[in-house]
Design a protein around this ligand. Structure first.
Ligand code: PEP
Ligand code: MG
Length: 753
């Protein structure tokens, strides 16, 4: 072991000369395996290589029974070797046979070996095999040993990629076998519908040479390339697509700072000093980052590591002398396909041809989502199996309306897609025609249609959709993408920008709804059994009043001389709201003390998203200027049904008679008390639901910008009085839902649902 750690360069050289020596590929592999076993002081060293059909075959071993070679085969995901391949990450165990995934193969005789260290052999980012060392003694391998084995596996990948051991075509045959049309399901992160050929961001990187001829020259290559990368990033930030300010700019500025990160640079320099080429050194450090990332749950830190992934890929391409201008590579409509990508990667593609992004991971607050939203590119994320099913050049349709991605769509799907695009274009034309018309029913009932927002990048939608204001501004996004608690002046800047952009249109700011399933980097987090019902939103704010105080201060500063509407999330009882109001009053006092100009008027409201509050409406409605019904949470608690569990997504319907009666009770109470009430959950953005809600008496709805056109078009086609009597009749039904009856009514009465 001492050899491997202290003299990595010697070992790499030795491996390289063995790999390039006499004999066929199998003989050379056998010799390599012996050298590794010797250097790692391991009783066993084995190499498993990927074959067609997701099979890992034992290709060579030192220590296991000879007869197992080419006989022992495991599926990806089967046994410990399969687990390493499945995760693409090292596995270090002192008691391998006790691991639940241990799969004993009698022909290998491996049950006597207690400790196990397996690392993936990665080729172009894909697992092409697994390298394993084992020892009889039960011991945990040291981090340096894990690193050494990872470096060795990179060198081994060179031998594998020669194609002499496993024909490269064999592995791609697998993908062609999958050549049929398939439909994958995901989550719409930026809405839209688009089609194009699949382009991958990662396969451009091909490391063919891992061992340096001259450390000095490699160091120079690394330094020169780092300098070049930094100047390219400066240029990128000048891009016209990013001209207007917003959090996307901040994200890219921070990303740029990482290019100057000393820790990262030093690690790469060390890797070069150990004998790797510059590109192998970058990749080596990145492998370590990936392994770390797999363990990190904190979404903010995960995003930061993605930034490094993006930077590393960029740096390797520069080292290899590729022009970064991947723009020229797109010559037709394309869909960018990846597991997850960093924020700057989008900028490498020609916006004219980049029609959509499909990601295996991704989330609504992922950096790339924020940038894509600012650039108007549809994004689908959380698509399991995407990378297994898509090959570069495959035709792909991204359909966010149905949360689907169609891969190699057949003619029928393409027909449907073309039809959907045509319908969408017609709809957009209709929305545009109604842009400046009021959301008014045929019998003259006026509904105020507002939009939900959370990013500065959302604000241009105020004009493009004709929204009458912002009914819900979720302030938490700024906190979720920031490494530290944003300072009062930083918060003020964002809130001022929102008010500036809204002009005369009203804006309702909701104070922080963080904690639970919306973690922020600067608050300690303890695992919770039920985060949605746990330490979140106002519960955090009242326990850490400084957080709320500073936010209210920033809101007051931002609204100086203007109108301010502020509301509090997750209020479960009137007493909580009163505490919030006391804090707001103190901040107002403070404002006066410092002679600052207060807002022209202040309206205080709260979210109704916890059912208990509905039984305190009498006293609540004397305390608030307005109420906002958050059906996303309210309904999950009403039905005791987790809103983020896909298995439960269709279990209960918000158009259930019980849910509608409940909402009716709330809306009527607000009407009687003369307190304006808005609904700001996703429910309001869906056509049939919106129709039912207005029939229940709702006069204000706040929906995502992409739903405004549709809801307005619908409302302008309804005769509300007719619908109202129909609804009242059906709300007494004992059925699971009255959706079908409402759809029937809409069809019979020419309502545009
Ligand atoms: C809601 O719960 O309906 C809501 C609008 O809040 P959020 O989706 O941010 O929890
Ligand atoms: Mg909520």
């Amino acid at each position: 072991m001492t050899d491997t750690v202290s003299q990595p360069r010697l070992l790499l050289r030795r491996l390289h000369s063995v790999m390039g020596g006499d004999g066929d590929a199998q003989e050379r592999l056998d010799r390599v395996v012996r050298v590794i076993a010797q250097n790692m002081v391991a009783e066993v060293c084995s190499v498993y290589l990927a074959r067609a059909g997701g099979v890992l075959e034992l290709f060579s071993t030192e220590g296991l029974k000879e007869e197992a070679v080419h006989l022992t085969r495991l599926q990806v995901g089967e046994g410990l070797v399969g687990l390493v391949a499945e995760r693409g990450l090292p596995l270090n165990l002192s008691e391998a046979p006790k691991h639940p995934r241990f799969a004993y193969r009698p022909e290998t005789g491996e049950d006597m070996y207690h400790s196990f260290l397996g690392v993936p052999i990665l080729r172009h980012g894909k697992v092409s095999g697994v390298l394993v060392v084992q020892n009889v003694a039960a011991r945990q391998y040291m981090p340096e040993e894990v690193e050494a084995l990872q470096t060795i596996s990179m060198v081994l990948a060179e031998l594998v990629s020669s194609g002499d051991l496993v024909n490269v075509d064999e592995l791609s045959e697998d993908a062609t076998a999958l050549g049929q049309s398939i439909t994958l399901t995901g989550q719409a992160l930026v809405s839209g519908i688009a089609a194009g050929v699949a382009v991958f961001s990662k396969p451009q990187i091909r490391i063919t040479k891992t061992i340096a001829d001259s450390v000095r020259e490699e160091r120079q290559r690394l330094e020169d390339s780092m300098a070049q990368m930094r100047s390219q990033l400066d240029e990128m930030l000048e891009h016209p697509d990013l001209a207007h300010g917003g959090e996307h700019r901040e994200i890219l500025e921070t990303y740029k700072l990482f290019a100057y990160d000393r820790g990262w640079q030093d690690k790469m320099r060390d890797a070069v000093a150990s004998g790797l080429t510059a590109e192998a050194a970058v990749e080596r450090v990145q492998q370590e980052n990936r392994a770390r990332m797999a363990k990190i749950r904190d979404p903010y830190l995960r995003e930061r590591i993605l930034d490094f992934e993006d930077l590393a890929g960029r740096l390797i391409r520069i080292i290899q002398g590729e022009t970064i201008d991947a723009r020229q590579q797109l010559t037709e409509d394309s869909v960018l396909v990846a597991r997850s990508i960093g924020p700057a990667e989008l900028m490498d593609f020609d916006r004219r041809y980049l029609k959509a992004v499909a990601l295996e991971e991704g989330s609504s607050t992922a950096h790339v989502t924020i940038i894509a939203r600012a650039m108007g590119i549809p994004v689908m994320g959380q698509i399991p199996g995407l990378l297994t099913h898509v090959d570069p050049g495959d035709e792909i349709v991204v359909d966010s309306a149905h949360d689907h991605v169609y891969v190699r769509p057949n003619e029928e799907v393409m027909e449907g897609y073309r039809e959907a695009v045509k319908i969408q274009e017609q709809l957009f034309a209709e929305y545009a025609a109604e842009l400046n018309l009021p959301a008014e029913t045929l019998d003259g009932e006026r509904v105020e249609l507002l939009m939900n927002a959370g990013l500065l990048a959302d604000l241009p939608s105020l004009d493009t959709t004709g929204a009458e204001g912002i009914g819900l501004f979720r302030t938490e996004f700024q906190f979720m993408v920031s490494p530290a608690l944003p300072r009062v002046d930083e918060q003020t800047k964002v809130y001022s920008a929102v008010l500036d952009a809204a002009g005369d249109k009203p804006v309702v700011f909701r104070t922080l709804d963080i904690g639970g399933d919306k973690p922020v980097p600067f608050l300690p987090r303890e695992p919770e059994e039920n985060p949605a019902m746990g330490w979140r939103a106002i519960r955090v704010a009242l326990e850490r009043p400084a957080l709320l105080r500073y936010q209210l201060r920033a809101l007051l500063y931002a609204a100086s001389g203007r109108s301010l509407s502020v509301m509090f999330p997750m209020i479960a009882e009137v007493a909580e709201l009163k505490k919030c109001k006391v804090i707001l009053d103190k901040e107002l006092e403070r404002l006066k003390k410092f002679d600052k100009v207060p807002p022209r008027e202040i309206k205080v409201g709260c979210m109704l998203e916890v059912p208990s509050l509905s039984w305190q409406l009498d006293s609540l409605l004397t305390e608030v200027d307005f109420l906002s019904i958050g059906t996303n949470d309210l309904m999950q608690f009403f039905f005791a049904c987790d809103r983020s569990n896909p298995k439960m997504a269709d279990r209960y319907d918000m158009l259930a008679p019980s849910a509608l009666s409940f909402l009716h009770m709330i809306i009527s109470a607000c009407d009687e008390a003369n307190v304006p009430v808005t609904l700001c959950g996703e429910m309001g953005g869906r056509a049939v639901e919106a129709m039912a809600l207005v029939a229940l008496g709702l006069k204000k709805i706040s929906v995502s910008p992409s739903s405004i056109g549709n809801v307005k078009r619908l409302l302008r086609s309804v005769n509300m009085n007719q619908l109202r009597s129909y609804l009242v009749e059906h709300m007494r039904s004992p059925d699971h839902s009255i959706r079908d009856s409402l759809i029937l009514f809409a069809k019979d009465h020419g309502i545009k649902i």
